[in-house]
Design a protein around this ligand. Structure first.
Ligand code: 9WN
Length: 429
């Protein structure tokens, strides 16, 4: 009884702290991931954060989405960062990206998890007037966004969209990108990073990666942000299994929303057709050697070799067929074995595994959340519970950090982090 009481009190305190974290990071209509390190609005962070606002401030949850969508480009693209207000604490800012839009933004996007979140908001919001006043406009913008993904990022109808930048994947220095990134030249100019003013360099990407990240930013500007030219010539062009999975799940959720709103037209038909193409093509990302999914480098025509948690995300998308499912679950069981803190972003037996360095080892709760939803859909409830318990464990051990050290569960990256607070609210309430 004593144990239960202590836990209940801890939960109460954690819930209050998680809410306070979101409120502290609220800059009026949008939430920064954390002050200093990331002082702007990030695309997939905001989607996750909306889930955190939902249980205690419904209008604010919806506003998180509409403020992000206010930066949507005419093409339909929703940027990866929106620079609503000036800040000197982050690099690269709008001057380096060179985009001439209002509001200022970057020229790439991020994993489109927003549609899945909007479906949850639509189903769970109690204030139906709030929902009815904006859902059609939001769905219209999401349709444009998803059409843009398929048309511009898979113009050859392969079934697998491409990504042009590790920042677009949201898994910046994942070892999955090592080989593909080596083909990108290094930028020729000097620059000053700001991230290592906030966070120890041992937890961040190396300079060699930043040199190439920035080369790509320059390249987009030189191409005048033209989707067709970039598709043809971008030196980095990867079928990212994480983006592909999140897009697929998002489109499914978007079509469910359309159904609920009686939207049935050429666009929804087109999206359904694109989903069929992805289902037919996903086998290309399966490796019989590792028994899991990998991203694919379309420049070298090779699977990216590292074993990362992105390779589990086809579960979230419902893209794992009967032949692959038992094998993938076996890999997951091994990944979780004797690991109270899970799931590391890179498998602990992979030669590239570094438990403290950003996307090369640390654990990210929003990825766990997606994997759990997938496991539940497939009926793997034991594993879903294991990952949920491990995620809660991390919150109890170290609070709301950007990510967590894969071995110790200790803080990794920024503190007072919005998406981790949002996931805490999702799991503790
Ligand atoms: C670049 C904000 C973002 C996340 C990404 C994470 C990190 C940025 C950076 O922070 O990326 O977009 O400068 O390191 O990798 O997933 O959206 O939290």
């Amino acid at each position: 009884i004593k144990m239960t009481l202590t836990m209940a009190l801890d939960d109460e305190q954690l819930i209050a702290d998680a809410k306070a974290t979101l409120i502290k990071n609220d800059l009026g209509g949008y939430t920064v991931p954390t002050h200093g390190l990331y002082p702007f609005q990030w695309n997939w962070d905001s989607a996750i954060v909306a889930l955190g606002w939902l249980p205690f401030d419904e209008p604010r949850a919806w506003e998180e989405a509409t403020s992000l969508l206010s930066a949507q480009w005419k093409s339909g693209m929703v940027p990866h960062v929106v620079f609503h207000k000036h800040s000197d604490t982050y690099f690269p800012g709008p001057d380096i990206w060179g985009v001439k839009n209002t509001p200022d933004s970057t020229s790439i996007t991020q994993p489109p998890v927003l549609a899945t979140v909007i479906r949850q908001l639509f189903e769970q919001t109690k204030d139906r007037v709030l929902v009815d006043s904006q859902i059609e406009q939001i769905v219209k913008q999401l349709i444009d966004y998803h059409l843009w993904w398929y048309k511009q990022r898979d113009p050859e109808y392969t079934g697998l969209v491409v990504s042009y930048h590790p920042w677009e994947s949201g898994m910046d220095n994942s070892p999955a990108w090592d080989e593909a990134l080596r083909a990108v030249p290094k930028v020729g100019w000097e620059y000053t990073r700001r991230d290592i003013n906030h966070i120890d360099a041992s937890e961040r990407p190396h300079k060699e990666e930043y040199d190439r990240f920035l080369y790509l930013v320059d390249f987009f500007r030189k191409m005048n942000f033209d989707d067709t030219l970039i598709y043809q010539d971008c030196p980095y062009r990867v079928n990212d299994v994480s983006i592909i999975s999140i897009l697929h799940r998002g489109t499914k959720d978007l079509l469910a929303l359309c159904k609920a709103l009686n939207i049935d037209n050429k666009q929804t038909e087109y999206l359904a057709h694109r989903m069929d193409l992805t289902e037919a093509a996903i086998g290309k990302l399966w490796s019989a050697e590792t028994n899991m999914f990998h991203s694919f480098d379309t420049r070298s025509n090779k699977l990216c070799s590292a074993r990362t948690n992105a390779g589990l995300l086809p579960l979230f998308a419902g893209l794992v067929n009967e032949k692959f499912t038992p094998k993938l679950i076996e890999v997951l069981d091994d990944w979780l074995l004797d690991r109270p803190f899970a799931i590391s972003s890179t498998h602990h037996d992979d030669p590239c595994y570094e438990p403290q360095r950003y996307w090369r080892g640390p654990i990210w709760l929003h990825i766990n959340w997606m994997i759990v939803l997938g496991l539940e859909d497939y009926g793997f409830l034991k594993q879903a519970k294991q990952v949920t318990d491990a995620s809660r464990n991390l919150i109890y051990t170290s609070g709301f950090n950007e990510s967590f050290h894969a071995e110790t569960g200790a803080r990794s990256g920024g503190a007072d982090f919005s998406w981790t607070a949002a996931m805490a609210l999702y799991w503790l309430l």
